[in-house]
Every structure is written in C-alpha cells, then in structure tokens.
Design a protein around this ligand. Structure first.
Ligand SMILES: Cc1cc2nc3c(=O)[nH]c(=O)nc-3n(C[C@H](O)[C@H](O)[C@H](O)COP(=O)(O)OP(=O)(O)OC[C@H]3O[C@@H](n4cnc5c(N)ncnc54)[C@H](O)[C@@H]3O)c2cc1C
Length: 372
C-alpha cells in the first residue's frame, strides 16, 4: 500500500518529490535551456539521488532496485507529471539481462554505460507474408523479414529481434544495424511524440553467438522484457492519474462564470468521484503486485491486470478531466491535451489491452496462474 511505506521508502518518495519540485519543474519552465542541456541536467540530478542506477544491474554499478522501489519512484514522478522525462533512469539491460560473452562485452556493457543504444523488434506488419525468420548453418544465421514498429530504431546500434529459426523455434536475436542487409525502410512519429522505424532484413548474416539465450526461448524472453515494462507503464499511469485529479480538483474548486464553482454541481461530483475510484483501484493493485513480485511470486497475470486496468484508467481519467475543465484543456500546449496524446499509446504499446485480456484468461484456464 502506498501509505504504509517503510521509512526508507518514504524517504525515497520525499527525495523524488524534492527533485521534482526543486530541480525538474523549474528546469522545464526555464526556456533558456535546450533539450541537450536539460537532458544533461536530468541525468546529473538523477545520478546524484541514486535514481539513475535503479534500473541497472549491480554488476554494472547499478542498484537493481526492487519493484516496489521503482513503483514508488514512478508513481511519485507521475504525480508531478514528470514520469516521461528521459534520463531519470539509466538504460536497463532489457532482454540482454544475464547474457554471456561476446554479447556481454560488445553490447550489454556499452548499453549500460550509455555508449550504445538498442531497440526492440517484435511487431510484424499486417501484410507480412511471413514473420521474420532465419536459417541456421555453420554457426551463422541468415535473417529475412521485417519489423514494422521499432521505437528508436533509426538511431539504434542494434535491434533485439524476435526471429523464427527454422527447425529450432522462436529466438531473440541481436542484429547489429551495421550488418549488411539491414534496411530502415521508413521512419515515423506517433501521437505521443516518440519516433519509430520500419526495418527490413535482407539475407542478414548474424553470428550464432548473437542468439540471446537459446533458440526456442525467444517468446518467454521477449515477454519477460515486456512484463517489466508493463508494470512500469502501470506505475506511471497511477502517478499521472493523481496529477490529473489534483489539476481537475483545483479547477472545480475555482470560481466559475455560472456563479458557483463547478464542484458544487452534483453531476460534476459524480464524474469526479469516478475518477477517484479508478485511481484508487489502480494504485492499490500496482503496489500489491509490486510487493508480490518482490516476494518472488509469479506476477505475470497480475502484471497484465495492472497494465490493462491502470492504462485504461488513466485514459478515462484524462478524458473526463478534459471534459470537466472544458475547451481550454484542448488548446494546443495545454498539459491535459499533451497528456491525452501521451497516454493514448499506453493501451497499445507493450500489448494491446484486448490481447492482454486473452493472455490473462489463458494464464488461468491453461496454466492455472493468477490470483484475485
Ligand atoms: C508508441 C508505440 C511504441 C511501440 N513500440 C514498439 C517497439 O519498440 N517494438 C515493437 O515490436 N512494437 C512496438 N509497438 C507496436 C505495438 O507492440 C503494437 O501496436 C501492439 O502490440 C498491437 O499490435 P498491432 O499494432 O499489430 O495491432 P493488432 O495486433 O493488429 O491488433 C489491433 C487490434 O485488434 C484486436 N485484436 C488483435 N488480436 C486479437 C485477438 N487475438 N483477439 C481479439 N482481439 C484482437 C485488438 O483490439 C487490437 O487492439 C509500439 C506501438 C506504439 C503505439
């Protein structure tokens, strides 16, 4: 529960609050800083507080923070509408967690040191004749296919790619973007302001040592990576829900041209109460799930439940918030307008809500997993 934190966690929460109010918010308001100045300042202040290494393994100088610690930080940053700032957390290992040589020295170490950037290739285009595949012969993979939605793909040094290896099954394969036959077919932006690439692979020769784990382990590895991100999305969403509710609350309590604050209207109160109910439920489940995960429980189904519920909740909360604040909330540059665009992607990225619902039901019916 967010209110029964140990004194260490309460201190962490308070430190993050101070970072937000004393450093990050004033910095965002300072128009004399450009994007790279801001990024440098965010990284420096995050390192100073020990946040930067929380997503990085101890072996590489990080602190491998617990799920609960990460949840506290994300929830707190979200409550100040700061959870989207790049540079607060250092680059994490993603699917490269625990890899051996040569991937460890050539890719994992440089990624964690900020010297190389990886991207994640999972989604196939609707019109694909065949999902990305490879043959394996004489220690080499020959990869063909395409990935249609690779975030940061245009600037990435490598793509961790889900590949079907003929005769062996699916595997995550690290494909260096400098290899012959890797083609960025096009790049595009999405409504939240992030950038992506459509990438093709034409007879790309990849050493067998670039298979992450063993052939046949591709799907669990890919889903493990997605699982961590899902809880992160959920924790960001509950923090942002709190930020929206605070924002709307102030608006509702302020004078209104009708002569009475909107908070005095019964219909407005009903909608406002619904926003609080959703935020309370989402926040409760995310903290409970983080504690279960830290206790070593299997939280695959609970992580799915959190991601679906919390991202749908923030979607509804922002939408209702805009409705209650009125047309001004849709003016370009208004914080609710910007947030509306940002949170919309959360119901598709890292698993579409309805597909996750199916996974959750499968977890119960076929694998006997999950709790209430
Ligand atoms: C901002 C953003 C960043 C992304 N970054 C990446 C990335 O870095 N790497 C990557 O690989 N992908 C990335 N994606 C892609 C994302 O993972 C996919 O959009 C998502 O998995 C849904 O797949 P799709 O778009 O192919 O839609 P589809 O799979 O075609 O699904 C569309 C809709 O159809 C319905 N549907 C689909 N299948 C079923 C089913 N079996 N049963 C019932 N209903 C179903 C659902 O309503 C679903 O929302 C990103 C997407 C966004 C928006």
């Amino acid at each position: 529960m967010p209110e029964l934190l140990t004194s260490e966690l309460a201190r962490l929460r308070d430190d993050v609050m101070h970072l937000g109010s004393d450093v990050l918010l004033p910095m965002l308001a300072d128009s004399s800083l450009d994007a790279s100045d801001r990024h440098r300042a965010i990284v420096a202040s995050s390192k100073n507080l020990g946040l930067f290494g929380m997503t990085q393994p101890k072996e590489f100088g990080g602190s491998s923070a617990s799920l609960l610690e990460l949840t506290v930080v994300r929830d707190t940053l979200g409550s100040m509408n700061l959870s989207h700032l790049p540079g607060i957390f250092g680059p994490g290992p993603g699917v490269l967690v625990g890899v051996e040589e040569p991937l460890k020295s050539n890719y994992l170490g440089p990624v964690l040191a900020g010297e190389k950037r990886g991207a994640f290739g999972f989604t196939e285009p609707d019109a694909a004749e065949r999902a990305t595949w490879a043959t394996l012969e004489n220690g080499e993979l020959r990869v063909n296919g395409q990935k249609s939605y690779v975030t940061g793909g245009a600037d990435a040094d490598f793509i961790n790619t889900l590949v079907e290896i003929e005769g062996h099954g699916p595997a995550m394969v690290l494909i260096d973007t400098s290899f012959d036959g890797v083609l960025i077919k096009n790049t595009f932006g999405s409504v939240d302001g992030t950038h992506h690439a459509y990438i093709e692979f034409h007879d790309v020769i990849v050493p067998e040592t670039h298979i992450i784990g063993k052939p046949g382990e591709g799907m669990p590895r890919a889903l493990g990576q997605i699982g961590n991100t899902r809880l992160a999305f959920a924790a960001d969403s509950v923090g942002l829900s709190r930020w929206v509710i605070d924002f709307v609350e102030k608006h509702l309590a302020a004078p209104h041209r009708s002569g009475q604050p909107l908070s005095s209207r019964e219909g407005v109160r009903m909608r406002y109460a619904d926003m609080r109910i959703k935020a309370f439920a989402a926040r409760s489940m995310v903290y409970r799930t983080a504690r279960l995960g830290d206790a070593g429980e299997n939280i695959v189904n609970e992580g799915i439940a959190c991601k679906v519920f919390a991202t749908e909740a923030i979607g509804d909360i922002v939408d209702w918030g805009i409705q209650l604040v009125g047309g001004i909330a849709l003016r370009s540059g208004h914080p609710l307008e910007a947030l509306y665009r940002r949170v919309r992607v959360l119901r598709l990225a890292e698993g579409a809500s309805d597909v996750l619902r199916l996974n959750l039901a499968r977890g119960r019916f076929e694998l006997d997993k999950g709790r209430l």
